[in-house]
Design a protein around this ligand. Structure first.
Ligand code: ASP
Ligand code: MG
Length: 405
């Protein structure tokens, strides 16, 4: 008999019909002999609706109150599912983050889990109860409600699986697994049977919206096997697990695109010690996450310095960059927001050479100009014009033979 954590996302519990369908899926696992713990999201669109309401009463809503508000979405779905399961004859009970004992720090709206006091939930499981737990929420040491950041129900599920030493954590969603590329962009994209935590982390943070990044970090840290599956169609899904030999055989396992990018360039920056520190010190202090950075070879004693940031931070970054430019004596600041990042990901890159060359060649053949490049052990990313992003993804997917598997 295995212990399985089953997490259902917002689209899986979007209305009563779907909640009843989820109850059937849970019932099926129980009848197959598994011990099941369920974690739910709010109905799809609900968290966004609540965020919007908050902004209608306050420009900058208080974050403690925000968490109080946002945590209500998941209370609705857990109670409804528990009722649905009870009417199927199961002893199901809903629990909030507080009732489960998910203790977090006090960073409201993006709290981190510090520990889970899982005794109550363990006792419920031991009695044969199906616990239905509200995802995305916890409490801090002061007993105030906190939330774990958008998409945080994935983290709740993985963290509970780790705390209870579950055999696996199944993330049910509206796609049937992790693909080699976004199937909406590449019709020939293929579902992968297995990806490593590290690949999944790159894919998640690169814009493949399947799992919340922090949940993948957590799963990797505690070695929780995670399966991504569809609520609506039967299938094996994708297993996210430790890297193994088979994975290394595959050079590239996925191609992703991310439009959420903007580029800022300082032109004519004095090339002397301490300048980069001043620029990125100030950008970091403004809580803007910098992704890629390039500095040109200096001409005379001046150089150009470009970096990319999330597009939403651009207005804030421009004001700041202009002030920094004045301060360090740069000639001007240039901004470009119609850019995108395409990336190849694969643990096989560690042991295969020539991937970058083939990527650049493919983009060149398509007439796509590369503005910036960055690499890590298992990833190569290029910044290109946004309008060429889908074309780039399709041609890379083909060039690396990803449709064949
Ligand atoms: N309801 C929350 C959100 O929309 C948490 C989640 O669904 O994972 O971000
Ligand atoms: Mg989600």
């Amino acid at each position: 008999m295995s212990l399985v954590v089953q997490k259902f996302g917002g689209t899986s519990v979007a209305d009563i019909g779907r909640i009843k369908h989820v109850a059937d899926l849970v019932a099926r696992s129980r009848r197959a002999g598994d011990t099941v713990l369920v974690v739910l999201s709010a109905m799809s669109g609900e968290t966004d609706r609540l965020v919007k309401l908050a902004h209608e009463v306050a420009e900058c809503p208080d974050e403690r109150e925000m968490d109080m508000l946002l945590s209500t979405g998941e209370r609705v779905t857990i109670a409804l599912l528990a009722m649905a399961l009870r009417s199927l004859g199961f002893d199901a009970r809903s629990y909030t983050g507080r009732q489960v004992g998910i203790i977090t720090d006090s960073m409201h709206t993006k709290a981190r889990i510090e520990r889970i006091a899982a005794e109550r939930i363990q006792a419920a499981l031991d009695k044969g109860i199906i616990p239905v737990v509200a995802g995305f929420q916890g409490i801090n040491e002061q007993n105030d409600v906190t939330t774990l950041g958008r998409g945080g129900s994935d983290l709740t599920a993985v963290a509970l699986a780790a705390a209870l030493k579950a055999d696996r954590c199944i993330i049910y969603t509206d796609v049937d697994g992790v693909y080699t590329a976004d199937p909406n962009v590449v019709p020939a994209a293929r579902r992968q049977d297995k990806v490593s935590y590290e690949e999944m982390l790159e894919l998640a943070s690169l814009g493949a919206k399947v799992l919340q990044s922090r949940s993948v970090e957590f799963a990797a840290k505690y070695g929780v096997p995670v399966v991504v599956k569809s609520t609506f169609v039967e299938g094996r899904g994708t297993l996210v697990t430790k890297e193994d030999r088979d994975m290394e055989q595959v050079v590239v396992s996925g191609v992703t695109g991310d439009r959420n990018q903007a580029k800022v360039t300082f032109i004519g920056v004095p090339d002397k010690p301490g300048i980069a520190a001043r620029i990125f010190g100030a950008i970091g202090a403004a809580n803007i996450l910098v992704d890629m950075i390039i500095q040109n070879v200096s001409q005379g004693d001046l150089t150009d310095l470009s970096f990319t940031i999330p597009r939403a931070d651009l207005p804030k970054a421009v004001d700041l960059a202009k002030r920094i430019a004045k301060d360090i004596g740069a000639k001007s600041v240039e901004v470009k927001d119609q850019i995108a990042k395409v990336s190849l990901v694969g643990v096989g890159m560690r042991s295969h050479s020539g991937v970058a060359g083939r990527m650049f060649e493919t983009l060149a053949r398509e007439g796509i100009n590369i503005m910036m490049i960055s690499t890590s052990e298992i990833k190569i990313s290029c910044v290109i014009e946004e309008k060429s992003m889908e074309q780039a993804i399709r041609s890379l997917h083909q060039a690396f033979g990803l449709e064949k598997g």
